[in-house]
Design a protein around this ligand. Structure first.
Ligand SMILES: Cc1cc2nc3c(=O)[nH]c(=O)nc-3n(C[C@H](O)[C@H](O)[C@H](O)COP(=O)(O)OP(=O)(O)OC[C@H]3O[C@@H](n4cnc5c(N)ncnc54)[C@H](O)[C@@H]3O)c2cc1C
Length: 234
């Protein structure tokens, strides 16, 4: 392997679809002060050590494990972008990563609300379908309204991105709002399915588990709040 930036010894948690030979995208330190973004490829001679698969609350179809990079070196040819600008490049990439999560979650939440509405139509209790209970429909209506706001906020972000503008503010606000929306939608959908909603045979149980990561992955809600506070001079 050619001389190149050394990746610091350390451990990182990585989410991936199957832990086979693959490419890893990481921020590595070139020297004491410089950060370099680099991709390196797993091969038989140079690869990180995979830890045990993590036993996760949700998203269990996607493998997650700790990778140890002790002694791994990256060839110069695997550097992405500009050496020394790795931190800035990674920060910019985070905005897109957050928005990708936000785009998908809006559709997931809307589908979950539709399925719950349909369930309330066919489930009869206390002499009539549950959908006739105004409290339940108003709660769903409120969540539909929040989904709609998030969808159009996402559209505005996508348009700004296409104009080449900085979308950090959009991505931070969207990530915070949609993380909270996901939790409220998942909790409400399970609740309105009653006991059957608590069972693994019903989609609501998995949905609750899978949505929980939205408020943590890609930066926790509190980190989003910290960024927004800074943007507003606090
Ligand atoms: C399933 C899974 C897959 C992942 N995949 C990847 C991956 O592919 N690549 C990758 O790089 N990372 C990945 N991660 C890591 C993920 O990005 C971090 O877990 C996440 O950003 C939160 O960081 P942390 O776990 O270090 O929490 P910590 O920094 O330890 O924070 C713990 C809690 O403290 C609070 N907190 C933290 N900072 C602040 C603050 N400034 N102000 C107030 N409160 C605060 C929050 O409530 C936070 O949840 C993955 C994590 C999981 C669970």
């Amino acid at each position: 392997m050619a001389q190149g930036p050394g990746v610091p010894a350390g451990v990182r948690r990585e989410d991936r679809l199957g832990l086979g030979p693959d490419a890893h995208h990481l921020v590595g330190r070139e020297d004491e002060v410089t950060l370099v973004l680099a991709v390196f490829f797993v091969d038989q001679d140079h690869h990180p050590a995979f830890g045990q698969l993590s036993d996760k609350l949700g998203n269990r179809c996607s493998d997650t494990a700790e990778l140890a990079f002790t002694g791994v070196r990256v060839p110069v040819s695997h550097t992405i972008g500009t050496a020394g600008r790795g931190f800035q490049q990674q920060m910019a990439q985070f905005q897109n990563e957050r928005m990708v999560a936000c785009y998908g979650r809006v559709g997931a939440c809307e589908r979950a609300l539709d399925r719950t509405r349909d369930y309330l139509r066919q489930r009869t209790a206390f002499g009539g379908p549950l959908i006739t209970n105004q409290y339940l429909t108003y709660q769903l209506a409120e969540l539909y309204a929040r989904v709609d706001l998030c969808r159009h906020y996402n559209y505005a972000c996508a348009e700004a991105f296409m104009r080449g503008e900085d979308t950090s503010h959009f991505a931070t606000v969207a990530k915070l709002a949609i993380g909270r929306l996901c939790e409220d939608v998942a909790r409400t959908c399970l609740q309105y399915h009653g006991g059957i909603g608590y069972m693994e045979e019903t989609w609501t149980a998995r949905f609750l588990r899978d949505m929980r990561i939205t408020s943590i992955g890609g930066g926790a809600d509190e980190v989003m709040l910290q960024v927004i506070a800074k943007m507003h001079g606090m």
